[in-house]
Design a protein around this ligand. Structure first.
Ligand SMILES: [Zn+2]
Length: 299
């Protein structure tokens, strides 16, 4: 990644801009009716830069819709920056993402307010995040399973393939360009060896099946744009799906053998992702397993 981010056209009128902060991507799809922005970075300042760049890339084209692929801060806090330049622009998200967003953002705000300021060794973006967290723009167009954004000469499909990274993930498909914007259901960032975000609000037991659904939208020629990291292909998604499946099955097996949740990480000889990123995932899988597949510890 170069010093200065810029939009790269990954397929016909589909641009992706990658950023050092969070290694997060902002994508833009162009059509006759204007531009759709998919994910809006982590602050008003950051998104303002993206919009300046977009205005020089596509002078005269208006942003006609925003899509948030899920509720997390690094994908939504620039919503306001778009709204300020395009009053009334619709913001689309899955209904569960829209429902989770206020509490997710409020939690982060509380954490940051209690953390060291930028002068010390806290988050160098603390003040910038707090400024945007004070008055976030939430999605006002929600979907439960599927929606279409019509750009005149092309249409975008917003699809909820199931739960995974969060309860409210969606992917954006651009059928005529054979592109799938996957949000954080797929991650290829070389930070943390491309480990997908298995946080305390993730659904790691369902994620493999959710990716099976995504794979039905992906051909060997499809360009898949992860929320973090470079574009990937079908084989990469299949591999990430397989690794998530191994993770789920490994934990299921441990739970079935009566291993306690707090002992599980140390009880398997190997994991498909670095073990230090799997604490929440293991807890979530234990919590989500049907009762019949858990055993009480024998000692
Ligand atoms: Zn993310």
């Amino acid at each position: 990644m170069g010093q200065k981010p810029s939009f790269v056209e990954v397929a016909d009128r589909v641009w992706v801009r990658r950023h050092r902060w969070y290694d997060v991507s902002v994508s833009v799809v162009g059509g006759d009716r204007g531009l759709v922005v998919v994910d809006t970075h982590a602050s008003g300042r950051a998104m303002g830069e993206v919009l300046d760049d977009l205005a020089s890339l596509r002078p005269g084209d208006d942003v006609v819709a925003v899509v948030n692929t899920h509720a997390h801060v690094d994908h939504v806090l620039g919503n306001r920056a778009v709204r300020e330049r395009r009053p009334g622009v619709p913001v689309h998200a899955h209904e569960d993402a829209a429902a989770a967003m206020p509490s997710h953002l409020a939690e982060l705000r509380t954490d940051l307010e209690g953390s060291p300021d930028t002068e010390q060794d806290g988050d160098p973006h603390r003040d910038e995040l707090l400024a945007s967290l004070g008055d976030p723009v939430l999605p006002d167009h929600t979907l439960s399973s599927v929606a279409v954004v019509d750009l005149g000469d092309r249409a975008l499909e917003l699809v909820h393939p199931g739960r995974g990274h969060t309860a409210g993930d969606l992917v954006v498909r651009v059928p005529d360009a054979d592109v799938v914007l996957a949000g954080d259901l797929v991650e290829s960032s070389d930070r943390d060896r491309a480990t997908p975000g298995l946080g305390p609000d993730s659904f790691p037991l369902e994620w493999p099946l959710t990716l099976d659904f995504v794979l039905q939208l992906v051909t060997p020629a499809t360009v898949v744009v992860p929320g973090h990291g470079p574009t990937v292909d079908r084989a990469f998604v299949q591999e990430q799906r397989a690794d998530l499946g191994i993770l789920a099955e490994t934990v299921r097996d441990l739970a079935g053998r009566g291993v306690r949740v707090e002992d599980a990480l140390g009880a398997a000889p190997e994991w498909p992702f670095p073990a230090e990123h799997l604490g929440d995932a293991v807890r979530r899988i234990y919590a989500h397993l049907p009762r019949a597949q858990k055993r009480l510890p024998l000692v």
